[in-house]
Design a protein around this ligand. Structure first.
Ligand code: F6P
Length: 328
């Protein structure tokens, strides 16, 4: 295998932001500098790449950002990057700026972009950065741990008020088509029920779980609903409202929304972002273009993107069963 010579690399964040992107940008930059490379920060994801929004980065450019939420580079969603015209334009702009390799931090859509560039012969590597934890090739993506703690904090607080008023709450959490955040926060927060897209749960089962919880003397009922669960939070609410006499609890809904994406990264996300960012640079230099760098079984691992983005990361069925046992 001939590894192309890399003198200058670019780094960008793309898609939905999340905590831990800044530590990762910092690690990419400082690792590259330690290896004698030059670094270009690319603003606003693939949009900024196509428009040539490049900023030279030195070690100081990424100082003081470890604890900052969001991404200092900015980010965008650019679905059009699926198209060959945009991909070729990106490579043209990278060549114009003498950037020989690219590190992209983002979720599934963004990593598909990395794969496309790699297939066109351009050296590119991905780091999974998404609160959804739906990317293959890693046990956990950058941002998940902090988001999980944000959700947990909300569940704990909602439980206080739910118990005081003897209410049941539907708490909707993000995750797109993946139930990871809902499942893990439901386990950590002691939910009475967890609704995720991966498991078809009939509405009658939700009503039954809440009625049982009421009859067993619980003062609250917490149902964590993944945003991807169908038929959706509003349908669950309507179903339960229609049966409020049998239910015991009065219902309320909290949609946590984008609060889950913000905030200072946890220690775990700072360390994960740092490890994966550093490994992305060494991977690029070692010819791992077209791979995603993740953490598998606690160790840094490179997985071909073709494999990693082929399907959504499945949930762990043993954890789902465990959650069910804990619901009583
Ligand atoms: O992919 C991250 C995510 O926060 C998903 O959980 C959610 O469905 C989506 O992004 C929201 O996207 P936007 O910020 O564009 O509204």
């Amino acid at each position: 295998m001939v590894v192309p010579k890399i003198v200058r690399i670019g780094v960008l964040t793309s898609g939905g932001d999340g905590p831990g992107l800044n530590p990762c940008i910092r690690a990419v930059t400082r690792t590259a500098i330690s290896k004698g490379l030059e670094v270009m920060g690319i603003k606003r994801g693939y949009t900024g790449l196509i428009n040539g929004e490049f900023v030279p980065f030195d070690a100081r450019s990424v100082g003081g950002i470890l604890g900052k939420g969001g991404t200092i580079l900015g980010t965008t969603r650019l679905p059009e990057f699926d198209g060959l015209r945009y991909q070729r334009q990106a490579i043209r702009v990278l060549n114009q700026h003498s950037v020989d390799g690219l590190v992209v931090i983002g979720g599934n859509g963004s990593l598909n972009g990395v794969l496309a560039l790699h297939k066109l012969g351009y050296p590119a590597i991905g780091v999974p950065g998404t609160i959804d934890n739906d990317v293959g090739g890693t046990d956990i993506a950058v941002g998940v741990d902090t988001a999980l703690n944000t959700v947990l904090d909300a569940i704990d607080k909602i439980k206080d008020t739910a118990s005081s008023h003897q209410r049941a709450f539907l708490i909707e959490v993000m995750g797109r088509d993946c139930g990871y955040l809902a499942l893990m926060s439901g386990i950590a927060g002691g939910a009475e029920m967890i609704l995720i897209p991966e498991v078809a749960t009939p509405l009658a089962a939700v009503a039954e779980a809440l009625t049982n919880a009421y009859m067993r003397g619980k003062t609250h009922g917490i149902v964590v609903v993944a945003e991807g669960y169908r038929p959706g939070t509003q349908a669950v609410l309507q179903y339960l409202e229609e049966r409020k006499e049998e239910l015991g609890f009065h219902m309320r809904v909290t949609v946590l929304g984008h609060v889950q994406r913000g905030g200072a990264p946890s220690a775990y996300d700072r360390i994960l972002g740092t490890r994966l960012g550093a490994a992305a640079v060494t991977g690029l230099l070692e010819g791992k273009s077209g791979h995603v760098v993740g953490l598998l079984g606690g160790q840094v691992a490179y997985t071909p993107l073709e494999e990693a983005v082929a399907r959504l990361r499945p949930i762990d069925e043993r954890l789902y069963s465990l959650a069910h046992i804990m619901e009583v």
